[in-house]
Design a protein around this ligand. Structure first.
Ligand SMILES: *Cc1c(COP(=O)(O)O)cnc(C)c1O
Length: 238
């Protein structure tokens, strides 16, 4: 029970901060959804969290599949790198995939969607900051090839864009990356033909910078460490 109380208190604090950021930026609270990132969480923490929250994010496909089998009612979303040879096995277990980071991966997902008649919901990961260490589509590539990139099966739903800001002690430094993603989304929308995706979802912001992300238009924030603040590990880190 103590575990659940700690997590609930953390969720309450996060929700209050989300609410404040919404007020500051004149946005509706319903327009911002929390994905609780469980990649470093021990299993009892995950179980406790499942009593309190529905949307979880994992960054390793194998761990997502295993945990989805144990807690099938949770909405498991993939936020980390996906190898093409894992697409087929992970698709049935996950809701939204945030991390479609290359044209080759997108093509693989399209192939599996067609061959397996398995619908998929995805975000396109964009390397807005241009760091060599980050994966993701380059903005210029998306703008240039947008209509070709969108040549996808009907059951593959592109719901929006995702990005990560450069690591920094100062959350303000993330603002440019986040506004960059929003501006890119608006540019892509303008290029759409009539049936192009509206790209409603902007997945951006983590424990250290989610308030800035909300001010810049995030509809999904991916928060891990702040959810489990104050808990002590009993196992080795994965
Ligand atoms: C780990 C991770 C997060 C959450 O990070 P915290 O700083 O723990 O909130 C969000 N997004 C991605 C892609 C991650 O890998």
């Amino acid at each position: 029970m103590e575990l659940q109380d700690t997590i609930q208190a953390n969720l309450n604090r996060i929700q209050a901060r989300i609410q404040n950021a919404c007020q500051r930026s004149d946005r509706a609270l319903e327009g911002v959804n929390l994905v609780a990132v469980t990649k470093y969480a021990e299993w009892p923490w995950v179980e406790a969290l499942s009593q309190l929250h529905h949307h979880f994010g994992e960054n390793r496909p194998q761990q997502l599949i295993e945990r989805q089998q144990l807690l099938p009612d949770v909405d498991w979303q993939l936020i980390g790198q996906l190898q093409r040879n894992k697409v087929r096995s992970v698709l049935p277990s996950c809701g939204l995939i945030h991390s479609i980071d290359s044209a080759r991966l997108l093509q693989k997902v399209a192939d599996v969607v067609e061959q397996d008649q398995q619908a998929a919901r995805i975000l396109i990961q964009v390397n807005v900051s241009g760091e060599a260490s980050k994966s993701g589509f380059e903005p210029a590539h998306l703008l240039q090839d947008w209509s070709r990139i969108l040549d996808l099966p009907d059951d593959l739903h592109v719901e929006g864009l995702m990005t990560m800001a450069p690591a920094s002690q100062n959350p303000e430094e993330a603002r440019e990356t986040f506004s960059g993603l929003r501006i890119l989304r608006d540019q892509l929308r303008e290029q759409n033909s009539s049936n192009g995706p509206s790209l409603d979802q902007l997945s951006m912001g983590m424990s250290g910078d989610f308030e800035i992300a909300i001010e810049e238009g995030a509809t999904i924030v991916r928060i891990g460490s702040a959810v489990f603040d104050g808990l002590t590990r009993t196992e080795q880190s994965p």
